[in-house]
Design a protein around this ligand. Structure first.
Ligand SMILES: *Cc1c(COP(=O)(O)O)cnc(C)c1O
Length: 391
């Protein structure tokens, strides 16, 4: 049996007729830039995210970048985020000239831990002229950028409380969490000032290339996003601000419009697959050797962009599974505070122990919607075999 980590082909084949027609329709129209498909996608994705406005952009990375730009975050500013995420989260903070400050994750969810954020503020920050200042660097702490990693919301009520208390803006990195809701029924991107989504092909709603979106409930911010997306141009060829080319392609929007109505059922299939994994792991009694993290809070809708387990012998296990035709991946092997490009932040191993432990122990297993139960059982059987043979 073969169980790839991800196979996008069955999804394409299931929707081939509609997808091909949507692509052809854009070709026929020759309207490639910010046309009706973009408008329609923006409205639908905003609604799904509990937001009034959507602004389609060129990628999830550019969604984060433009969000920071419209919130006027730049040199001298500091943004609090997670050290355990895809690089773009902190990369974009650095690219606007601001300083990322990392706070450790909650080991149960892999998401930014509100207690760690509060501890950083208590320990290292003070008020000067009404601004929250990181005493160590003099940086003005302006924003929180939590990540809803693997498809599960960060503890937004607690993070929003901190943001409100200290006057911080909030950018939600929801690149892996479109359509996820928390136990309060609130969707990803419905809490912060701006939510950032990615339609990279491997995300739950994947385009045929790069695409992304910013969503917000703030009409003034939506308007700024709209201006910054086209080089800050308004009226055309007049620039009060410097933006960039951050546009989403009409072709990608047309493809996403075909896929979007299926997103809910794909999410349900991923949750069903997760349930199968949870019960198979329980039966295999692998506790302490290879285990999924605590299940999502009751009533929450985890969308399982990834299904993650922890293993003390992660690298060996991964190698063994490869020999059994089972695809896995490590998201992410090196936490951001240990990346070479962030050496100037002055961190050392041990600074964020939970992020570091996650980077050592986690392994992503196949979870995509089209997998069948026998494949999932095979994955857990092989994991049990690995431990049975050698532990
Ligand atoms: C994928 C991803 C991004 C970047 O999205 P792209 O569309 O690939 O640019 C940002 N943050 C997280 C957490 C991601 O998973």
């Amino acid at each position: 049996m073969k169980v790839p980590l991800l196979d996008l082909k069955p999804q394409y084949l299931a929707l081939k007729k509609d997808l091909d027609a949507a692509v052809l329709a854009v070709c026929e129209s020759q309207q490639f830039i910010l046309g009706p498909a973009v408008k329609s996608l923006e409205a639908d994705v905003a609604k799904l995210s509990g937001c009034a406005h959507g602004v389609g952009v060129s990628s999830g990375t550019d969604a984060l970048l433009i969000a920071l730009m419209v919130l006027d975050i730049g040199p001298g500013d500091t943004v609090i985020t997670s050290p355990y995420t895809f690089f773009a989260t902190a990369g974009t903070i650095a690219r606007v000239g601001a300083r990322p400050v990392f706070c450790d994750i909650d080991p149960a969810t892999f998401n930014l831990c509100p207690k760690a954020v509060q501890a950083f503020i208590d320990r290292d920050c003070e008020y000067r002229n009404g601004a929250l200042i990181d005493r160590r660097t003099g940086g003005h702490v302006k924003a929180l950028m939590p990540v809803h990693l693997y498809g599960q919301l960060a503890d937004m009520p607690a993070l929003m409380k901190i943001a409100q208390k200290y006057g911080l803006r909030v950018i939600e990195d929801a690149a892996q969490a479109i359509g996820a809701t928390d136990e309060h029924g609130k969707p990803a991107c419905s809490y912060g000032d701006i939510g950032c989504l990615s339609f990279f092909p491997t995300k739950n709603l994947g385009a045929f290339g790069d695409a992304g979106m910013c969503v917000t409930n703030d009409a003034a911010l939506a308007d700024r996003l709209d201006i910054f997306r086209v080089h800050g141009s308004r009226p055309k060829y007049y620039h009060a601000v410097v933006g960039g080319n951050f546009r989403i392609d009409e072709l990608q929007a047309a493809i996403l419009n075909v896929k979007l109505p299926h997103l809910e059922s794909w999410g349900a299939a991923r949750r069903r697959n997760a349930e199968i994994y949870y019960s198979a792991f329980e039966r295999a009694s692998l506790v302490g050797r290879a285990t999924p993290p605590p299940p999502a809070a009751a009533g929450a809708k985890h969308i399982y962009n990834q299904f993650i387990i922890r293993s003390q012998r992660r690298d060996e296990l991964r190698q063994f599974l490869a020999t059994q035709d089972i695809g896995t991946e490590i998201y992410y092997p090196l936490p951001l505070h240990e990346q070479e490009c962030f050496r100037y932040l002055g961190h050392a191993p041990g600074d964020f122990p939970e992020a570091e432990r996650a980077a050592r122990e986690t392994l992503a297993l196949p979870i995509f919607p089209e997998l069948v139960e026998s494949q999932l059982r095979y994955v857990v059987e092989r994991i049990a075999q690995f431990h049975g043979q050698r532990s």
